[in-house]
Design a protein. Structure first.
Length: 319
């Protein structure tokens, strides 16, 4: 009888331990933030489904900044793909080529001052501040040169580019690829750059104006998208939502707490509506038109920037 009771007691204890373990495991999974789950799916899709030769700097950034990071095996694939794309430029480099390549280089752990026989930092310094380089070249010039401290000349160029970007801000508080209107995408990108240098008074003012534009004009209280009809785009789409979320997160705005539709939809919850079950993002809801690779990249790293905000880690571009 004693032996039987001992067996029953042992089984009861084991059962309690297993039940507690199951409950704890379930609780751990349940508390993984929805945006982290989406990031993991997006990064996994990039690694598993994008053609190796098509993997670019933005894919590298998205994978590197995901919770699981970039494995040594994945790094080898990215290194080869990025080197091939840089080689294909055949020595003809615009500012954005240097900038994109630098972001890719640091994402895979390479020194951008000695990348494929080129000094990408010097290339940006020489090309980005030029009057005809375009607003995106100036924005990503700031971002690229701010990934690390590249010295006195680089820091002076950052200040020049900051001044140029602030000066280019329109009366609405935004920026546009062309014309005098505002583009959600370009405005979000500008905030990502300015967010890395918030100590300058002129930058603080520019950020405030841009934040007000995105929150009060672009945010759609019926859907949760960010839309400003412009020459850039007239439809709600994942890319615009992603850049708005990334930009606002980069300057410390928690969109999940400050922006909701009448039915309670938040910006990231809306962005996730564009994601397929396999992790890929659509550009338009319910459609496979447009560049889904870009949509997946931007949506994934936008949520990574939001995750960085929640973790108090700063810019995803700061290496």
């Amino acid at each position: 009888m004693k032996k039987r009771n001992l067996i029953k007691s042992t089984l009861l204890v084991l059962g309690t331990i297993l039940l507690s373990s199951a409950l704890f495991t379930g609780r751990t999974k349940a508390t993984t933030p929805y945006y982290t789950q989406s990031i993991n799916k997006g990064a996994s899709f990039i690694k598993s489904h994008t053609a190796k030769q098509s993997l670019d700097s933005w894919d590298a950034l998205a994978v590197r900044r995901s919770p699981y990071g970039m494995s040594s095996a994945a790094r080898k694939v990215f290194v080869k793909s990025l080197a091939g794309q840089f080689s294909n430029l055949q020595g003809h480099y615009a500012a954005v080529d240097y900038e994109r390549s630098l972001i890719g280089a640091v994402s895979v752990g390479y020194n951008p001052t000695k990348y494929q026989g080129k000094n990408l930092v010097t290339g940006i310094i020489k090309t980005a501040p030029k009057s005809n380089s375009g607003i995106t070249a100036k924005i990503f010039g700031i971002i690229a040169l701010s990934t690390k401290n590249y010295g006195t000349t680089s820091n002076a160029t950052i200040k020049t580019l900051l001044s140029q970007v602030v000066k280019a801000q329109n009366t609405q508080g935004g920026w546009a690829l062309t014309g005098t209107g505002s583009d959600v995408d370009i405005t979000g990108m500008a905030l990502m750059a300015l967010g890395m240098h918030r100590s300058y008074s002129s930058v603080k003012t520019a950020i405030t104006k841009a934040v007000n534009l995105l929150k009060n004009t672009a945010f759609q209280k019926t859907t949760g998208d960010f839309v400003i009809s412009s020459a850039f785009t007239k439809k709600a789409n994942a890319n615009s939502d992603a850049m708005a979320i990334a930009g606002l997160s980069a300057v410390g705005i928690d969109t999940e707490k400050t922006l909701k539709t009448k039915s309670g939809v938040t910006p990231i919850r809306r962005l996730i509506k564009y994601q397929k079950s396999n992790g890929q993002f659509r550009w338009l809801v319910g459609s496979n038109s447009g560049s889904l690779q870009m949509a997946t990249q931007q949506a994934t790293y936008a949520m990574e920037q939001y995750r960085n905000l929640k973790l108090k880690k700063g810019s995803i571009f700061n290496f």
